[in-house]
Ligand binder design. Structure first.
Ligand code: GCW
Length: 668
């Protein structure tokens, strides 16, 4: 099985009988995107059924019937009234119809047909009508131009090498994979824009970027770039980047004109400003709105979007300071600017207030910002969740985030409603994921990590899909239909986030990792450091007081969330130490004490991993050999490494608290 095709492998497989009778595809009603959709469909049918249908790309709708028998054909037909990217699949007298109002609808409709085909479903009597729920469904790559990837765990970049841009077969496969799950935008370079990457908006790189963007364009995907806020200075042209300076404004107007002329399929820019050492408007005493709006005005004539990140905090904190709370910073920096951003600015907000920990509360800006375009940023690169060596299927977490009620309105107030544009009637909104891909043969290092890439795209298009459904379809599309494989991999994926959380930092406190590279347990790794990420454990208790008596963070939520988080009796167990400093002897809602919970979850987490690995081993011979070997190697590491987590955490808290494990298990 060719793993370089991920879930788009079109190897022969058994499917419902009528697919073998498909003899024609009529797809004359769209532009380049539709042509690519039809070609993809043809390749999928030919590969899977062994019978190649004829592609009638140029036959007008009116002349089709003249070709005779329509049964056994797939017809692309214009259908009014569907949202952009929406499609309608149905059967008419033995023909399968893909109805859509636009090119992207045909593209996604064709990929829906391929999904049905790979799953082996019949198309008799089929009736599927879907429209993308989130307008923007994006990937953010943190690829550097030297070929490295910040927080990359699956090889090097396939976009860049030695400061050059790569455009090749993989670019096409990448675009197909993205389109197949409905992703319609991608940022190819790291948000930390330095050195060569600053020059991406200059003549030096335009030709290659245009080529790449055209390949993306064929699959309905817009190219985006991360921008260096200080580009006017770093490109050596001005000595200021003050957003209110006339000279700076003019510079950007000229630059945007040039960039959009040379790269017509450019969607806009992503900006990390005044964060972790990156330049921004603060240098000039200006606000984020000043900075974002200046760029937005310059990009507006070309329909360009400015996606501005809210990951802004003081990374030079004093660990002795109990008042400053990093969790508050995104909120505090942006809430006062609500309603002041230009219409083509979107604020991009991480799912939680800290940084992609295994468990965090939902970012309090969701539901607080009412008059600003906003996007949710999640991370499928598993920076803090096992770095694609541990298996951690993150879709169940994303489902919880999307389902969180903000109480910003009486109805339609979940994070999903907000980023789908429902709550505040917005059209420039959606969801982005920090990507987990690299140039490894299987794209994602751990073969099972591809389920996160797949699930993310599908979820942004169709958030009502369940995590289990998405896992199931990814497994079947990738590994074929085999009941045992399905059951085992499903068990592993669906338990993986829970298991990882169990042997990780307890009860929402996060951060007990080795500094810098963020892998492996180190309880005090960040405790006496400047990053604002503390657990405050002593011999009596642990946790950060973010209640009214503490940093007041809990009060940033709307009621009843604020009160729920503010009191340790109503705060959900899994976030208790995020919101409260508690004695080890405190009884959780589960009935266990904090310390016993720590011991139990760490022992049980490891047992769950053992069970996952044991069940995985039973699949030997049922999975493609190379892929099986790769996974097994990682599972064996996870087994060992989860023990390291268990023992370091348990030992640390046993030594701090002096309280023994009720069950007398081995603690060092
Ligand atoms: O916490 C950090 C990561 C950085 C990343 C940053 C961000 C790209 O460790 O590597 O920088 O988040 O999201 O900007």
């Amino acid at each position: 099985m060719g793993f370089e095709q991920a879930w788009l492998s079109y190897e022969p497989r058994e499917v419902s009988p009528e697919w073998y009778g498909i003899h024609g595809i009529y797809a004359d009603c769209g532009g380049r995107i539709t042509e690519h959709a039809a070609a993809e469909l043809k390749a999928a049918i030919a590969g899977i059924t062994g019978k190649e249908p004829v592609l009638y790309a140029d036959l007008p709708e009116t002349e089709r019937e003249a070709c005779g028998e329509m049964a056994g054909c797939i017809l692309f037909e214009k259908e009014q009234g569907l949202k952009e990217g929406g499609y309608h699949l149905f059967e008419r007298k033995g023909a399968l119809i893909i109805g859509a109002s636009d090119d992207r609808g045909f593209l996604y409709g064709a990929f829906e047909v391929i999904r049905q085909l790979q799953l082996g479903n019949s198309y008799q009597g089929i009736e599927i009508r879907k429209e993308p729920v989130m307008p923007l469904r994006m990937l953010n790559h943190w690829d550097n131009m030297d070929g490295s990837i910040e927080r990359g765990y699956s090889g090097n970049s396939f976009f860049f090498d030695k400061d050059e841009i790569l455009v090749n077969e993989r670019t096409v496969t990448y675009a197909r994979l993205l389109a197949s799950v409905g992703i319609n935008g991608t940022v190819i370079n790291n948000v930390n824009v330095k050195d060569a990457a600053t020059w991406l908006i200059t003549d030096k790189y335009f030709d290659k970027l245009r080529q790449m963007s055209e390949i993306f364009g064929d699959y309905g995907i817009k190219l985006f770039l991360s921008l260096n806020y200080a580009a006017p200075i770093e490109l050596g042209e001005l000595d200021s980047a003050d957003p209110l300076s006339e000279e700076v404004r003019k510079w950007w107007e000229k630059r945007m004109k040039l960039v959009f002329e040379r790269i017509p399929n450019l969607g806009g820019f992503l900006i990390k400003a005044d964060s972790e050492g990156r330049p921004g408007p603060f240098t000039y005493g200006r606000t984020h709105a000043d900075g974002a709006n200046m760029l937005a005005r310059a990009a507006e004539p070309y329909g360009g979007l400015i996606i501005w990140r809210c990951f802004v905090y003081n990374c030079r904190q004093d660990w002795r300071d109990y008042k400053t709370d990093r969790a508050r910073s995104g909120y505090d920096n942006f809430i006062g600017l609500d309603g002041t951003f230009h219409d083509n600015v979107i604020l991009q907000i991480k799912n939680g207030p800290m940084d992609f920990q295994v468990r965090e509360p939902v970012h309090p800006l969701f539901g607080a910002l009412k008059a600003t375009n906003q996007m949710l940023e999640v991370q499928i690169a598993q920076e803090y969740t096992g770095q694609q060596r541990h298996v951690c299927y993150l879709i169940p977490m994303f489902k919880e985030v999307l389902g969180f009620r903000t109480y910003a309105a009486e109805t339609d107030d979940t994070v999903e409603d907000i980023v789908a544009g429902k709550t505040f009637k917005q059209t420039k909104c959606g969801m982005a994921a920090v990507a987990n891909t690299g140039n490894d043969e299987n794209w994602t290092g751990h073969d099972l990590a591809a389920a996160n890439l797949y699930g993310f795209g599908r979820l942004a298009f169709e958030p009502s899909a369940t995590a289990k459904e998405l896992a199931e379809e990814w497994i079947e599309r990738t590994f074929g239909k085999d009941q045992e494989v399905l059951e085992v991999l499903l068990f592993i994926l669906m338990n993986s986030w829970r298991a990882y959380e169990m042997y990780n930092a307890p009860l929402g406190i996060g951060w007990m990792v080795n500094p810098n590279y963020h892998y492996g347990p180190n309880v005090d790794g960040y405790e006496y450091d400047r990053w604002g990420t503390y657990h405050r454990a002593d011999y009596q208790g642990i946790g950060v007081d973010r209640s009214r008596q503490g940093t007041g963070y809990a009060g940033l939520y709307r009621e009843p969330n604020a009160s729920m988080y503010d009191s340790p009796t109503s705060c959900p167990d899994e976030l208790l130490l995020f919101f409260h400093h508690m004695p080890y002897t405190h009884k959780l809602q589960s009935g266990k004490t904090v310390i016993q919970h720590i011991y139990d979850t760490h022992f049980e987490g490891v047992e769950l991993v053992d069970e996952m690995v044991e069940r995985f081993e039973s699949l030997e011979g049922k999975l493609p050999e190379k892929s099986c070997r790769r996974m097994l190697e990682r599972f064996l590491h996870q087994k060992e490494h989860s023990r390291e987590w268990r023992d370091q955490i348990n030992t640390y808290f046993y030594r701090k608290s002096g309280i023994p494990d009720e069950k007398g298990r081995k603690i060092y």
